[in-house]
Design a binder for this molecule. Structure first.
Ligand code: GLV
Ligand code: MN
Ligand code: MN
Ligand code: MN
Length: 406
């Protein structure tokens, strides 16, 4: 039983071209034209296998094998096809194409359980600033009301983007997890651990949780030449101080991470003192207590700095997810399989969140990592060797077969 490695690489190279930013990484936001094209490609491949394809109101997809029968539990393989802006060619889509490779390899086999490939929508949060949006609806963490709360940068709500789905269509997005025997997600590591240790395979144990806030500081806009330094209430200088203070608070921890990934100033003119500064800030760790503690300290410090500098401050908590541990039995099963196959591996944390997080609280869930070259991801340089890409997909096939025929 082998995955077709050449076909996997061809899928990945084809899908890499569905980007809004050719030559500068992959930019493929959910609900955009390139997302539609990538899905169409995946659907064509799945139809060749005789699979059934169902898309829900959020545009999450379930691709079922022709052998599937009513009333049996299913093993789900899944990941996402959307990307961050100018992201890499593997994040998310590798798990989907790896899943396709498994479906192809099992096309003519007797299956002891149903098998499905899931494509989750809007995992990156690129549109609405909230990661795992599609799988949050699947898990029931998001519902009807969130369709209006989630808005893109142009202020367009998720409800409008989805063309006003009905309440029952939204309710139908939620999975009946009693039907799910297990879920598996194959992903690139997105960090440096496996490459540094020369290991081709990671088995994920804990996934970091995160809290995200948006901060808006309002000072006084004025002439950049005529206003003495002492008379200024510069919102961007205040934001800069807040960002460095957050780094100082979290850095000594050694494990927790804090990131300001988006920032802008208004009016955004070289000769005007910024009246407004807006930035996002997220804290992540595998320990929720620490996330909450650091976030509390950072928010207190932002308020102090704002008061000291005479700028108004508004803080909005935009999204969060709790850290979690994946299924211990599945981890053991994957370890035994890797040992039996002689694949050097280690059990490790995931600093990134994944759709697997949303499923893991309801069903047995496991994640497989392959190394990221240079430990880089969410950038155009994201890469993994062909050998490791094929090895990961082959391991996914073997653990899937192991579960289905258990
Ligand atoms: C998504 O990749 C995230 O971890 O933010
Ligand atoms: Mn991903
Ligand atoms: Mn990502
Ligand atoms: Mn992710």
């Amino acid at each position: 039983m082998k995955v077709n490695g050449d076909q996997l690489l061809e899928d990945l190279l084809t899908l890499k071209e569905f980007t809004d930013t050719p030559g500068n990484g992959v930019t493929r936001f959910s609900y955009g034209e390139n997302d539609r094209k990538a899905r169409e490609y995946i659907f064509r491949q799945a139809r060749l296998l005789g699979c059934d394809i169902k898309t829900d109101a959020l545009k999450n997809v379930r691709i079922s094998m022709p052998q599937n029968r009513q009333g049996r539990k299913r093993v789900v393989i899944g990941s996402h096809v959307d990307t961050v802006r100018n992201g890499g060619w593997l994040d998310g889509i590798y798990g989907v194409t790896g899943g396709l490779a498994v479906l192809r390899a099992l096309k003519d086999c007797e299956l002891g359980m149903n098998l499905e490939l899931a494509v989750f929508a809007e995992e990156e949060g690129s549109n609405f600033g909230s990661t795992m949006t599609g799988s949050k609806f699947i898990a029931g963490d998001y519902g009807e009301a969130d369709l209006d709360k989630l808005k893109n940068d142009e202020g367009v709500s998720l409800r409008r983007i989805l063309e006003e789905p009905s309440l029952s269509e939204i309710e139908d997005v939620v999975w009946d997890f009693s039907e799910v025997a297990a879920m598996l997600e194959l992903h690139i590591e997105q960090g440096p651990v496996l490459e540094r240790k020369g290991l081709p395979l990671g088995i994920v144990d804990a996934i970091f949780g995160m809290q995200v806030i948006e901060v808006e500081l309002t000072g006084v806009g004025n002439h950049a030449g005529a206003t003495p330094m002492i008379d200024r209430k510069d919102a961007l200088c205040a934001a800069s101080q807040c960002i460095l203070a957050a780094e100082e608070i979290v850095r000594p921890d050694g494990r927790s991470v804090v990131t300001v990934g988006r920032i802008h100033a208004e009016p955004d003119c070289s000769n005007v003192i910024p009246e407004k500064a807006w930035f996002t800030l997220e804290v992540r760790d595998s320990d929720n207590e620490k996330i909450l503690k650091y976030m509390e300290r950072i928010i207190a410090r932002i308020k102090e700095i704002s008061t000291e500098r005479g700028v108004a401050c508004r803080i909005n908590k935009t999204s969060s997810s709790k850290p979690l541990r994946l299924d211990p039995e599945l981890i053991e099963r994957m370890k035994s399989l890797a040992e039996a196959k002689g694949i050097p591996h280690q059990v490790m944390d995931s600093g990134a969140v994944h759709d697997a997080c949303m499923i893991a609280r309801h069903a047995k869930t496991g994640m497989i990592f392959v190394p990221s070259l240079g430990g880089r991801s969410h950038v155009p340089q994201e890469n993994t060797s062909e050998k490791d890409l094929v090895l990961g997909a082959q391991f996914l096939l073997e653990i899937t077969a192991n579960l289905i025929n258990a």
